[in-house]
Structures are given as structure tokens and as C-alpha cells.
Design a protein around this ligand. Structure first.
Ligand code: TYD
Ligand code: MG
Length: 465
């Protein structure tokens, strides 16, 4: 089969073209085409034609016994939850995140936890020397873990060594961008190298049955570099995110063939590595000051887990021109909608004010259930009257101002009670006879049918403008 002598591959989207151009035809990115040689077809070894008449594949029906895949819990509960209960043998996880966010720290701690449990764990780093990793392990107090450590980047050497590892439970590759196959001429980190190296490693994991973790750096645009080509090849994709200015880190599942994808794990970066945060609500609310206008607590949900967050709103007079709307941690379009509903349906005058909205702590909220808490923060800011510091809010707001039901009411209420809140504002039950949510002891429920009722609760005058 004739190999194309050369091709130019877009480093953003992975599209190949036979000649160089300033702009990628496929995704429109500029200056992203890089010459990559020697990749006849992405996976290197396509089967040749079959001579025999026997069918190559056997078809089966939908019904049939399939046991759930056995799980190997790592022993770090926040990580295990995002994985869906632990690592699955012969499966591949991609852990992505910004450089310096703590991916290597997390994986070294995970590897050590498994090794302490008596499993054979291999940690291969292409980013740091063995000495550097030992230093980090000493700082993290992991020296007692019997971990097999290597600094290597040549993928042929790595796969050859892995073939001799018959009882490895976990192999960590840190990072996939530093690995290279000598059969390809392109530089490590290019699309063809990343794709080919991932393919070879995944094949080794599937044939030998170990769990494989690939660490990958994220580019500024939020895609894992070696762009996206690895994401669809792996079984699970976890993003490790957080604000470098804050000490907490969120591990978020965005793809999981063996579990739910909306789970998060919460960690805190300390001087002795990542500590699990079993009670994220307390962490996110730690810096809250009661009795300040413009603050409301949202009883949210991240995956299966309730999390309380503080929503902060600030209104400032906007003399002339178009007022600013600035949002951190929430959707700008949703804020615009909510402002329109408050203005049109509830008579709150906001058009002449700059609006700043922030989810304190740096977490990003995507639930519509946050509408009611955002509205409360805005109404509180507009009336200059603090919200009840013992109150949590949740509920979706529709365009006519009606407050709509959201999922998992009881889990939200329970979390609020656990953290000492005494009141909850929530959507009114539609049907008369419908069952009231089981309110935990000591929590008063305030059902809200229309947003205007919530606004009326902030009885003060509209803010001076
Ligand atoms: P690292 O795991 O190297 O990040 P990544 O692999 O994602 O690039 O983490 C690096 C940062 O974490 C670095 O800025 C120092 C900080 N850190 C701590 O604060 N405490 C620790 O115990 C460790 C090991 C790192
Ligand atoms: Mg690293």
C-alpha cells in the first residue's frame, strides 16, 4: 500500500491535508497546520483482505447475561466516585487539566494508594525525573508505597517493558504529550504522535488487562492538546479543574463508559498534597458573611451530590450608555433572561444598573435550579436588604416568572439542614394533593409560586439610582 509521503495535520482539530495552508479548511484555525510524516493510516495496522468464506464476526441478540465490570477502588473516595466506583480492568482513563493544577500529584497519590493495597502499579513519567518524583513522594508522605517508577518517553521501550508486566493493575502515563513513537517523524505532542502513542498504550491495556491512566494537558481553549483525538479513544475522560488562586480542585467526569458523567470529586491542595473534601458545602460557604445585601445561598446539586454555594450580586449605577452585565461561574444568557423576568414580571428596575454576578469560590454552576438563588441575590442587592442568612434557595424560573420544580428536592433540603440552615425557599407544589417534600427536622419550607412573591419578600425600596 502506498504511503503518503507527507501530510499536514491541524493541531487544533486533527484534520489532515496534503498541502500546507495558513488556515485549516476543516476548523478555520490559523497557523495550526504542521507537517507530519509517516502515518499511513491512523492506527498503523489495518487488517488485510480475508480469503476464507467464514464469517469474520458473530452477531448476537440484545438479551444476554453480562456481569458488571469488576471495580478496583483506588481508596481515594473522591476519585472513586468520579470513576463510578473505582478503576475497571483493561479500561483507559484520560485525566486532563491545566498545567500545574495538580494532575501529577493526584495520580501519584492514587498510584501510591493502590500500591499500598498490594497491587502492582507502574508510574511512567515523561515530564519529571525520577529524583523529582521521589522528592514529591517524600513531601506527600508516600515513600512507604511500593510503587514501580520510571522516567521514559520512548513508547517502544515502554510497551516492550509493559509486555513483561503480567500482573500490573494500573499503569500511569504522565503525560501522553511527552511520549513518542520512533516510527513517526513528527515531534512529541503533535496530533499523530499523541494519537499513535495513545493507540499503542490502549492496545497494551486491552490485551494485558491493566487499567491505564493517561495524563493530558489542556490548552487554553479548554481542549486536551493533541486535540481531542484521545478523548474518543478512551473509556473515561476526567477533567481536573480549579482556580489557581483557590486551594480547592474539582475532578469532573465528562465521559464515562462505565458510570455516570456528572459526578464531581472535591479536593483541597495543601502543602502535603491533595486532601479529600468530604463536605464541600462547608468549604464553599466558609468565607460567607451574613447580613450583606446581594448574597444568597443556592442549594445545588453536582452529580448525585448536593452542594451549597453562595451567589453574590452587585448592582452599580450605570450613568448613560449600555449597562454592564458581568458573570463569573454562571451563564450570561441565563442572567439576561432572569433580569428581563425580574424587570418585566416583578417590577424590579434594573435596566439602569451595571450587574455583577459571581458564584463565590470559583465553582461553575450550570443548573437552571440556581435561578431562584440568583434572583434572590439580585432582589436583595436591588432592595439593599440582606437575605435571611439561614435561608437556602433553589428553583427554576420560567419566562412568565413562574417558579418551576427541580430534581432532588429532598437531597438539597437535607444538605441545607446538615449545614445548619433553618429555612428553604423552593418551588410550590403544583398539584394540591401532591406529597410535600420530606423536610428534615428544623427546616421550614417556604414555597414560592411566582418570582414576584420572592421579590415582595425583600420589602425595601428599590436601590437609589
Ligand atoms: P502538579 O501535580 O505538578 O500539576 P500538573 O501535573 O497538573 O502539572 O502540581 C503542581 C502544583 O501543585 C505546584 O504549583 C505545587 C502544588 N503542590 C502543592 O501545593 N502541594 C503539594 O504537596 C504538591 C506536591 C504540589
Ligand atoms: Mg504533571
Amino acid at each position: 500500500m502506498a504511503r503518503p509521503a507527507r501530510q499536514f495535520v491541524c493541531q487544533e482539530c486533527g484534520a489532515a491535508s496534503p498541502k500546507w495552508a495558513g488556515k485549516c479548511e476543516a476548523c478555520g484555525a490559523w497557523n495550526t497546520l504542521v507537517e507530519e510524516v509517516g502515518e499511513a493510516h491512523p492506527h498503523g495496522r489495518l487488517p488485510t483482505g480475508r480469503a476464507s468464506a467464514a464469517p469474520a464476526i458473530a452477531f448476537v441478540g440484545l438479551a444476554g447475561e453480562t456481569a458488571p465490570p469488576p471495580r478496583l477502588p483506588v481508596g481515594i473516595a473522591e476519585l472513586d466516585r468520579v470513576l463510578g466506583g473505582g478503576l475497571v480492568a483493561a479500561s483507559v482513563v484520560l485525566v486532563g487539566g491545566d498545567p500545574g493544577i495538580g494532575k501529577s500529584t493526584l495520580m501519584l497519590q492514587a498510584a501510591a494508594a493502590l500500591a499500598r493495597g498490594g497491587r502492582r502499579v507502574l508510574y511512567i513519567s515523561g515530564e519529571e525525573s525520577v529524583e523529582q518524583i521521589r522528592l514529591r513522594a517524600r513531601r506527600l508522605g508516600l515513600l512507604d508505597a511500593d510503587l514501580a517508577l520510571a522516567a521514559a518517553t520512548n513508547l517502544r521501550d515502554i510497551t516492550q517493558s509493559l509486555e513483561r508486566e503480567r500482573d500490573a493493575a494500573l499503569v500511569v502515563i504522565d503525560s501522553i504529550q511527552t511520549m513518542w513513537l520512533d516510527a513517526l517523524d513528527s515531534a512529541p505532542g503533535t496530533v499523530s504522535q499523541v494519537r499513535a502513542c495513545a493507540f499503542e498504550l490502549i492496545r497494551a491495556a486491552k490485551t494485558q488487562g491493566f487499567s491505564l491512566v493517561l495524563v493530558g494537558h489542556v490548552t487554553k481553549e479548554g481542549a486536551i492538546a493533541g486535540p481531542r483525538v484521545v478523548e474518543h479513544m478512551v473509556d473515561a475522560v476526567l477533567y481536573f479543574e480549579g482556580d489557581r488562586g483557590h486551594q480547592f480542585r474539582i475532578l469532573r467526569g465528562v465521559k464515562n463508559r462505565f458510570g455516570a458523567t456528572d459526578e464531581i470529586g472535591v479536593f483541597e491542595m495543601t502543602d502535603r498534597g491533595l486532601a479529600e473534601v468530604a463536605n464541600p458545602s462547608a468549604l464553599f460557604l466558609a468565607e460567607r458573611r451574613g447580613n450583606i445585601a446581594g448574597s444568597a445561598v443556592f442549594a445545588g446539586l453536582e452529580g448525585s451530590r448536593p452542594v451549597l454555594l453562595e451567589v453574590q450580586a452587585l448592582l452599580a449605577p450605570a450613568p448613560g450608555g449600555s449597562p454592564r452585565r458581568s458573570v463569573l461561574g454562571w451563564d450570561g444568557g441565563r442572567l439576561a433572561m432572569l433580569l428581563a423576568v425580574l424587570e418585566t414580571r416583578c417590577g424590579l428596575r434594573l435596566a439602569g444598573s451595571d450587574v455583577y454576578l459571581n458564584i463565590a469560590g470559583g465553582l461553575r454552576v450550570s443548573e437552571p435550579a440556581a435561578d431562584l438563588a440568583v434572583a434572590a441575590a439580585l432582589a436583595s442587592a436591588a432592595s439593599e436588604q440582606p437575605a435571611d442568612p439561614g435561608m437556602v434557595y433553589f428553583g427554576e424560573v420560567g419566562l412568565s416568572g413562574e417558579v418551576r420544580q427541580v430534581a432532588q428536592t429532598e437531597a438539597r433540603l437535607k444538605e441545607a439542614a446538615k449545614l445548619g440552615f433553618t429555612d428553604a425557599s423552593l418551588p410550590r407544589r403544583l398539584a394540591r394533593g401532591s406529597r410535600a417534600p420530606a423536610a428534615p427536622e428544623g427546616l421550614r419550607l417556604r414555597e414560592i409560586g411566582h418570582l414576584a412573591d420572592l421579590v415582595a419578600g425583600f420589602a425595601g425600596k428599590p436601590a437609589p439610582r
